[in-house]
Design a binder for this molecule. Sequence first.
Ligand SMILES: Nc1ncnc2c1ncn2[C@@H]1O[C@H](COP(=O)(O)OP(=O)(O)OP(=O)(O)O)[C@@H](O)[C@H]1O
Ligand SMILES: [Mg+2]
Length: 300
Amino acid sequence: MVDQAERLRLLAEKIKQEAKQKAGLARARVIAVTSGKGGVGKTNITANLGIAMAQAGRRVLIIDTDLGLANADVVLGVSPQHSLSQVLKGEKAIEEIIVEGPAGVKLIAGGSGFQELININNPRLSRFLSSLEAMEEMADVILLDTGAGLSKNVLSFVLAADEVIVVTNPEPTALTDAYVTIKAIVKKSPAARPKLLINRVGDEEEFHSAQNRLVKVCQRFLGINLDVLGYILDDPNVPRAVKNQKPFLLAYPGTPASRCLKRLADKLIGTPASQAATEVKGIRGFFGRLVRSFSSSTVS
Ligand SMILES: Nc1ncnc2c1ncn2[C@@H]1O[C@H](COP(=O)(O)OP(=O)(O)OP(=O)(O)O)[C@@H](O)[C@H]1O
Ligand SMILES: [Mg+2]
């Protein structure tokens, strides 16, 4: 039975939500998770970060934008039957392709569907963009799992997002690739402030020496103060969970990687979107920018 206090709480929540919508602030916060080097942990971090944010009360939608090896579904342990491609062809509504995973995290398997954006005609595009309003209302946070590297595709997704997390591990090759990625983002979009996350660190000392290297080169050669989000410890329970197709945060909630991940989620949630990004354009803004970027030249 819903008691009086609970009823009041729900009413207050509803009023707050309506006020937020009226003020035009109800846009979902779009955060891209990317990397220079492949295999550094983007997909695992995206999936588990989504779950941690959902556990903290946020409505989370993950969009798998990896056009090569889209595998966020595997890490989340869900099996989407449809992808964005069918929405862009007008065969399905956006709501029909969304699958629900653990902790209520929703997933859109983008896959090759994004390629369709290049050739989409105007009436279909405007229909698609207006259908995204439903998504804006369904999520507070949209996480994009991207591919690695600097292809035009990956950069288009990254630059279309409101915020960007660059993931690396502490190996020198990965740090160099992370720097190259940060440089490419800042050159294309000088106002962008990519945030750094170092995965698979052995201990705090390793984290500090890796972050210091990147912070210094970014200051010296790009003139920016790199925002460092923190680190995730190297943890054998991560690959163990992947093998069982269960997100590590749920399979091993107390394991070191899960503790780091929760700290990361708290940090992101604790930084208001208005402070973390120059402008929160939400899901429609994201797709609008993406289409412009895709159609500006051929996608490689
Ligand atoms: N903190 C960690 N500790 C131990 N292993 C990890 C950790 N994070 C990721 N891994 C392992 O690294 C591998 C690659 O992870 P993941 O697929 O998430 O990387 P990715 O960056 O998405 O790769 P790709 O570039 O291919 O998309 C996985 O097998 C995973 O188990
Ligand atoms: Mg991946």
